[in-house]
Design a protein around this ligand. Structure first.
Ligand code: PMP
Length: 360
């Protein structure tokens, strides 16, 4: 068996120890005589899996007691709709558009009310996070929305916007659990898990309890109401049970690795290896503004589309997979999530240096 260095933006690399444990427990989960995949979501063993997962996530992120944790389906994209449906009591929301994902969320919110784009970096091809000083927050906004780490363009908010007391809603899909966050700064944090936490099919929503309301937009499907899912403890219908189990294993792994501060340090070290090389290279160039660079997604180009294509094509020979940039921007992108070992980043930089010697 040989494993590659998988730089995919998501679904993405998972910790090998987690995959091994899942494999070992595949046929008989802890003496139950069945796989977690085969188990009733109302059974005692599954209750323990989801309760332990929530407790471990609460511990890792130091989630205050007045926040609810939900494990849902529908991906991050479904939350683009669920958020306005649940939170737009005044039918006004402010969106900061820093890339494709916040743009999509903004567009979706417009279906349900007066969503306003209060800052955008589209004019600079989303290579930076919009200026957050002097934002014109709408006095009647129900919330202010950001995508805190933009997976495609490789930017990350260097600081949070001052929302003037409005709840801050953040899509953290591509930076989930990569560093500590102060949950109390947010009204709602959410993300798909298929980048940093588990397999596709689970989205985690962390929502302050005063934002879990009965008084939602009237057409909101029951299944998409946070109040329904809070009351049912994410078990309103059959949850993505196997995915939640893997998330739980990853939470245990993160605790063993020393928690989120340790992860942040590791991620900073890994990202520095790549950015330092990019900053010194005469061939490759990072595309995001320096102050706003993501620790998780690193897009870069040579400036020559043919050379980019050659770099991507030859990467396989170096055990490097899924290094191609998103189809909307081209070039290359290295996603270096929690589970990407430092050796993987070093292998990538070694290949880049070799390529530069020949083509630079
Ligand atoms: N938000 C961000 C930041 C993402 O990177 C993605 C997926 N790449 C999404 C939302 C959409 O996620 P999903 O496919 O789970 O709906």
């Amino acid at each position: 068996m040989s494993r590659v260095y998988n730089f995919s933006a998501g679904p993405a690399v998972l910790p090998e120890v987690v995959l091994r444990q899942a494999a070992a427990e595949m046929l008989d989960y802890q003496g139950t005589g069945m796989s977690v995949m085969e188990m009733s979501h109302r059974s005692k063993p599954f209750a323990s899996i989801i309760e332990t997962a929530e407790a471990d996530l609460r511990e890792l992120m130091a989630i205050p007691d007045n926040y609810k944790v939900l494990f849902l389906q529908g991906g991050a994209t479904q939350q683009f709709a669920a958020i306005p449906m649940n939170l737009m009591q005044n039918k006004v929301a402010d969106y900061i558009v820093s890339g494709s994902w916040s743009k999509k969320a903004f567009k979706e919110a417009k279906l349900y009310g007066d969503a306003r784009c209060i800052a955008s970096s589209e004019d600079g091809n989303f290579s930076y996070v919009p200026n957050l000083d002097n934002l014109e927050i709408s006095p009647d906004a129900d919330y202010v929305y950001i995508c805190q780490n933009e997976t495609i363009y490789g930017t990350r908010y260097p600081k949070l916007p001052d929302t003037q007391g409005k709840p801050l809603v953040s899509d953290v899909s591509s930076m989930f659990l990569s560093e500590p966050m102060n949950v109390a700064d947010y009204g709602l944090i959410y993300g798909g898990v298929q980048k940093n936490i588990g397999p596709a099919g689970v989205v985690i929503v962390i929502v302050r309890d005063d934002l879990v309301m009965e008084d939602v937009l009237p057409f909101t499907p029951s299944i998409m109401r946070y109040s329904t899912q809070v009351a049912a403890k994410s078990l309103s219908n059959t949850p993505p049970a196997y995915g939640i189990y893997i998330c739980g294993l990853v939470f245990k792994w993160l605790k063993e690795m020393g928690g989120l501060s340790a992860m942040q340090q590791r991620n900073q070290e890994k990202a520095a290896i790549l950015y330092d090389y990019l900053d010194s290279s005469r061939l490759f160039k990072a595309t995001a503004r320096k102050e706003d660079r993501s620790l998780m997604n690193v897009p870069f180009v040579t400036g020559d589309a043919e050379l980019d294509a050659l770099f991507v094509a030859e990467a396989k020979n170096h055990n490097i997979e899924s290094i191609k940039g998103h189809r909307s921007v081209g070039g290359m992108r290295a996603s270096i999530y929690n589970a990407m070992p430092k050796e993987g980043v070093e292998a990538l930089v070694a290949y880049m240096a070799e390529f530069e010697k020949i083509h630079g």
